[in-house]
Design a binder for this molecule. Structure first.
Ligand code: AMP
Length: 393
């Protein structure tokens, strides 16, 4: 394979392992895929290698076996004996400590495990994925890239909760924000689309997917974002409630006889678009049901667009003006309806959507009219590429 720089990007979930193999000279993906149902019955591995898509059933008791199966496929097809130069890992929570990507050491791994207190659904799996990969690739650098890092320098007044200050300090209870690699990527691409330097722009980035967060990006830096200490806060999401009054937790515990674990599960897995619509967490199914007259699906859809719009309005104040609004992630990139609804009541900001561009274009593009005071863009996100770039850096 010549003198190419190969970076493997891994994203480990509790029962899944996503991978992308990058040629970083050209910034192209050579192979990608995902092992699913790790540790469960009917596990499988799906790979797309040089355009060839395959899915097979395999026994995958742990992440270690999943990684070995991935490597076997890569070695049999594209890698052969070519070594991988580095491995980049997506890590959800960097806690109060990590404001940048970091080379993984034993201390870093222990920190990631400790920060499971803030991200119990994500960090344990991330750490497990790193440990497996370090066993499989003991002699290459491993880099942890944190979802929280981009927001690390938000001002204190933007991230502190109104609880006793000593408790915030003692436990690190404050807002951290997530989807950092995505917000950073789409903000940078938006500056390129506008042919203006990022440092001179005020951008509101809207990552609307299964998980949703909005970010105020001032001169390339995150100054405010909608998620909190965990990814539960902010806009309503596929299965997460978004922001609610904390007293709701107590009430559910008392009247529904739920313990703390069950309430956490309810708010993270059974709420949001799924909980309100009763239809699905998948926005395509919600749109379909709403178009067919399902009132609860309509309510879920309205709640999402209303909530995103409210955040954009408030971030216009945070930034003291907006140059661009960017839509990304599954819903932000694909839903014509959501972009139209969100932008429909932003005319006070000078937003004028171009219905044709909103409806018909694909990929990275401007979807506002030439005389719109705020430029609206669609930028498909690429978190994996950002992780690979961070790993090289
Ligand atoms: P993500 O988490 O970024 O993968 O986004 C997943 C969400 O995007 C799901 O709710 C999907 O239903 C939604 N989505 C994907 N494609 C479309 C589409 N063409 N139109 C509307 N929503 C979509």
């Amino acid at each position: 394979m010549g003198d190419i720089v190969l970076v493997l990007v891994l994203n480990a979930g509790s029962s899944s392992l996503k991978f992308n193999l990058f040629d970083m000279n050209k910034e192209t993906v050579i192979a990608e895929g995902m092992a699913e149902r790790i540790g469960l019955a009917e596990a499988n591995l799906a790979c797309t290698i040089e355009g060839d898509k395959r899915k097979e059933a395999l026994a995958l008791p742990t992440h270690r076996e999943a990684l070995e199966a991935i490597l076997e496929r890569l070695r049999a097809t594209v890698l052969h004996d070519t070594p991988i130069h580095a491995v980049g890992h997506r890590v959800v929570h960097g806690g109060p400590k990590y404001g940048d990507s970091v080379l993984v050491t034993e201390e870093v791994l222990r920190d990631i495990e400790t920060f499971s207190m803030y991200a119990p659904l994500h960090n344990p799996a991330n750490a497990m994925g790193i440990r497996s990969a370090m066993e499989a690739f003991p002699n290459v650098p491993h880099v942890a890239v944190f979802d929280t890092a981009f927001h690390h320098n938000m001002p204190d007044y933007a991230r502190i909760y109104g609880i006793p200050y000593e408790l915030s300090q003692k436990y690190g209870i404050r807002r951290y924000g997530f989807h950092g690699t995505s917000h950073a990527y789409v903000a940078a691409r938006t500056a390129i689309l506008l042919c203006r330097p990022l440092r001179a722009l005020k951008i509101v980035t809207c990552h609307i997917g299964n998980g949703t967060s909005i970010c105020a990006v001032d001169g390339g830096k995150s100054v405010e974002t909608s998620m909190g200490m965990t990814p539960l806060q902010g806009v309503i999401m596929g299965t997460r409630s978004g922001s609610i009054d904390a007293s709701v937790v107590e009430m559910l515990m008392e009247y529904e006889h739920l313990d703390q674990k069950a309430v956490t599960e309810l708010l993270n897995k059974k709420s949001g678009l799924l909980g309100i619509s009763g239809v699905s967490s998948d926005f395509r199914e919600i749109e379909l049901a709403a178009d067919q007259g399902n009132d609860r699906a309509r309510l879920a859809r309205d709640l999402l667009t209303y909530s995103v719009r409210k955040f954009i309005g408030s971030y216009a104040t945070v930034l003291d003006g907006v140059d661009a609004i960017t839509f990304t992630a599954g819903i932000g990139t694909h839903s014509v309806y959501v972009r139209d609804k969100v932008c429909s009541k932003l005319s006070f900001l000078g937003v004028k959507l171009d219905p044709e561009a909103n409806q018909h274009g694909t990929g990275e593009r401007i979807i506002s009219t030439p005389d719109s005071r705020v430029v609206v863009t669609v930028v498909p996100t690429n978190e994996e590429l950002m992780i690979a770039r961070e790993t090289v850096r």
